[in-house]
Design a protein around this ligand. Structure first.
Ligand SMILES: NC(=O)C1=CN([C@@H]2O[C@H](COP(=O)(O)OP(=O)(O)OC[C@H]3O[C@@H](n4cnc5c(N)ncnc54)[C@H](OP(=O)(O)O)[C@@H]3O)[C@@H](O)[C@H]2O)C=CC1
Ligand SMILES: CCCCCCCCCCCCCCCC(=O)[C@@H](N)CO
Length: 331
């Protein structure tokens, strides 16, 4: 009798002790970063997720700047935001691959509170088919372009922190930046790269009251995705369908809410939450409740991950078999 009481007490007590321990040790500490009347600078803000973010930030009362290459698309975005919110955003035409151009834009835009590094290009193709030039292009825009943006904006962001309160640097990764996917060798490499950048950067800028976020969207309905879908390996589509597609505005809402609460990892849909827990690794975690979930679910999610791999390798095998059968067919 006494034994079974002890069993039930520890069943409740042990998780509570773990919860309390995690409450004590999770770092960095929780934070809220207000957005009203503060300056948000969004790269790739003329289309898709970036444009949806600009809309949202403007309607929440932020001062918004957007940067991308095409001035026509920027003007169009500016008009669309003015029509729906009555607010004027500042536009900057620059290629993130050009550091001097990026620096000029940042200087002209004034002190930044929220930097959202969202520009990105994606062409899904097997590495054997993909030209090295295209690999380089993807890495240059997605990864080196992000370095250029952060290098240009960081000194000003640091300087203005004392009078302006906490700041944020958010990077737009992808679920293909949490797990490698067929057809995304270059793209996944560029997005995995952002994670290393973000984890290291957070340690470097925490002392300046700057908080780093990484957003991991699934397939999202944007002009970029429409373009990508025109030539996408079948297996890429099959595997990526493991995670449900979203609308740009839904991703923008998740992203902005996560950024305002200083979350390091920002998943966007329910598969994304599973992925975030399964790939938590050594990423910082501000929420002791999420840390608790990560600890308790680690084993079972590893099993889930292995099931996904089992399913994906099954699809790959089936695809090869069908291809071979076609080849063997008599003319
Ligand atoms: N849509 C999706 O399925 C998903 C997208 N993502 C990521 O979200 C981000 C946004 O994607 P999405 O909205 O779909 O993309 P879009 O193609 O719709 O928009 C991309 C934006 O980036 C700008 N851009 C592209 N290259 C450069 C460059 N060299 N310098 C400056 N700006 C540039 C584009 O403008 P311009 O061409 O005029 O320069 C445009 O404003 C990307 O980082 C992408 O990898 C992540 C997961 C899923
Ligand atoms: C353990 C639990 C696992 C949970 C489910 C895993 C599902 C993974 C699906 C990955 C989809 C990747 C889409 C990339 C979208 C993108 O970035 C492109 N559209 C280019 O823009």
């Amino acid at each position: 009798m006494a034994d079974s009481n002890l069993f039930y007490i520890s069943l409740v007590l042990l998780p509570l002790i773990l919860l309390f321990l995690l409450f004590l040790i999770t770092r960095p500490r929780p934070i809220q970063i207000p957005i009203k009347k503060r300056h948000i600078f969004i790269t790739g803000g003329s289309s898709g997720i970036g444009l949806a973010l600009a809309h949202r930030a403007a309607s929440e009362g932020a001062r918004v700047s957007i940067l991308s290459r095409s001035i026509d698309k920027l003007e169009e975005a500016k008009n669309a935001i003015r029509q729906s919110t009555g607010i004027d955003v500042a536009i900057f035409a620059a290629d993130v691959r050009d550091f001097e151009a990026v620096q000029r834009a940042v200087d002209e835009a004034g002190p930044i509170d929220f930097l959202v590094v969202n520009q990105g290009v994606f062409v899904a193709q097997e590495l054997e088919e993909q030209k090295l030039e295209e690999v380089r292009f993807i890495i240059d825009v997605n990864l080196m372009g992000s370095f250029n943006m952060i290098k240009a904006a960081l000194p000003g962001m640091k300087r203005s922190r004392k009078d302006r309160g906490p700041g944020s640097i958010a990077l737009m990764s992808s679920q293909a930046g949490q797990v490698g996917i067929y057809g995304y060798t270059a793209y996944s490499a560029s997005k995995f790269g952002l994670r290393g950048l973000a984890e290291a950067l957070q340690q470097e800028v925490i002392g300046d009251n700057i908080h780093v976020s990484l957003v991991f969207p699934p397939d999202t309905e944007t002009p970029g995705l429409t373009e990508e879908n025109k030539r996408k390996p079948q297996l890429t589509s099959i595997i990526a369908a493991s995670s449900g597609a979203m609308k740009a505005d839904e991703v923008a809402k998740k992203a902005l809410d996560g950024i305002k609460s200083g979350s390091f990892t920002i998943p966007c849909n329910s598969e994304g939450i599973l992925l975030a827990i399964a790939t938590a690794g050594l990423s910082p975690q501000r929420s002791y409740l999420m840390a608790f979930v990560e600890v308790v679910a680690a084993g079972i999610l590893r099993i889930a991950a292995l099931c996904f791999q089992w399913n994906w390798y099954g699809s790959i095998e089936k695809w090869h078999m069908q291809k071979n059968r076609k080849h063997q067919m008599p003319p």
